[in-house]
Design a protein around this ligand. Structure first.
Ligand SMILES: Cc1cc2nc3c(=O)[nH]c(=O)nc-3n(C[C@H](O)[C@H](O)[C@H](O)COP(=O)(O)O)c2cc1C
Length: 317
């Protein structure tokens, strides 16, 4: 099952969700190597991009191997979002996404992220401004609504399609749900019924099988995976390695370190990479002990040394 984003064919319906602090170029490349059909960047502040702030510019790192990639903007000012889209359009990326799901206080306070789920008028202005200024297809990532009394996903999706969006990703929880509690697939279905563009279902897909089942059950164009992909990029491929051995886990982590070393000069950020590293051992008998040891490393070379020594031991067995 495949779909297209504007002119871009997407070869697998399994999609990596945007995750701030996590979905940088090395991790996206790794997920692509494991079969992800499409990867989203971390969210990028439209004002930071317009004023060329260094921390924002670093988030724009991409290359041809990882295509198609979607880069995500957040903000609540249509003018600044439009300008940021024009800048982002110049980069060799596939699509521009609009964040309408971030629940963080400092974001919603400004009217951005999930706050747009309760402000359809502003949402429409932003999507229109981005579509007008972008030469790339535009997508929108939404939540179910603001809270259980304000379920706006079908309405906002329709507005987005009308304003020119080419796909919708929906995290089927409201702002007030945060990241916990049940995901409501009925709202995904209602959203799909309200538009004719591809819809990606997101929220609590924890195995490849679950993703396959959801694709069949509701017929969405794609399934978007966030937390369950961290430390487990193999979730995108399915097949034999869904309960990987220690050797398979460590090889995936070594590849992650290798990609990070190639692409993040002068060297990967210690706390970011530590935060990825321990997750490769989640659910294993030694997982908790390894997390402690990984968290105790104080430099990137120390972490690297620890992982390589561990790999030698595990791969010899
Ligand atoms: C650490 C973290 C960072 C996130 N950052 C973003 C982000 O930058 N943009 C966004 O739209 N969603 C962000 N999300 C939400 C995810 O994209 C996704 O919608 C959510 O985690 C639910 O999917 P999951 O259950 O598969 O994790 C983030 C989630 C996590 C856990």
């Amino acid at each position: 099952m495949t779909f297209s984003l504007g002119p871009i064919p997407i070869k697998s319906p399994f999609i990596l969700a945007p995750m701030a602090g996590c979905t940088d170029l090395p991790f996206r490349l790794l997920c692509r190597e494991h079969g992800a059909g499409l990867c989203y960047s971390e969210m990028i502040d439209c004002h930071g991009l317009v004023s060329q702030q260094q921390d924002c510019l670093e988030l724009l790192l991409t290359n041809t191997e990882e295509q198609p990639v979607i880069m995500q903007l957040y903000g609540s000012d249509p003018g600044a979002m439009g300008k940021a889209a024009a800048i982002l359009s110049e980069y060799p990326i596939a699509c521009i996404d609009i964040n309408m799901g971030c629940p963080m206080e400092k974001i919603v306070q400004t009217g951005a992220g999930a706050a747009l789920m309760k402000n359809p008028r502003l949402a429409e202005k932003i999507i229109t401004a981005i579509c007008k200024n972008s030469t790339k297809p535009v997508t929108v990532k939404i939540r179910s609504g603001w809270n259980q009394h304000t379920i706006t996903a079908p309405k906002i999706a329709k507005i987005a399609e009308g304003a020119g969006a080419q796909a919708i990703a929906i995290h089927a929880r409201t702002w007030s749900d945060g990241f916990t509690g049940p995901v409501d697939h009925r709202i995904i279905l209602q959203t799909m019924e309200s538009v004719s563009i591809p819809v990606f279902a997101n929220g609590d897909i924890t195995t490849h099988e679950q993703g396959q089942t959801l694709l069949k059950k509701i017929g969405c164009a794609g399934v978007m995976i966030g937390r369950a992909a961290l430390g487990a990029p193999w979730i995108f491929s399915g097949g034999v390695n869904q309960h990987p051995s220690m050797a398979y886990r460590i090889k995936a982590l070594l590849r992650h370190l290798e990609l990070a070393e190639i692409h993040l000069a002068p060297q990967p950020n210690l706390s970011k990479i530590r935060n990825h590293a321990w997750k490769y051992f989640r659910g294993t008998t030694t997982g908790a002990a390894l997390r402690k040891q990984i968290d105790a490393t104080t430099t990137y070379s120390e972490l690297r040394g620890f992982i390589h020594t561990l790999a030698e031991r595990v791969l010899q067995q």
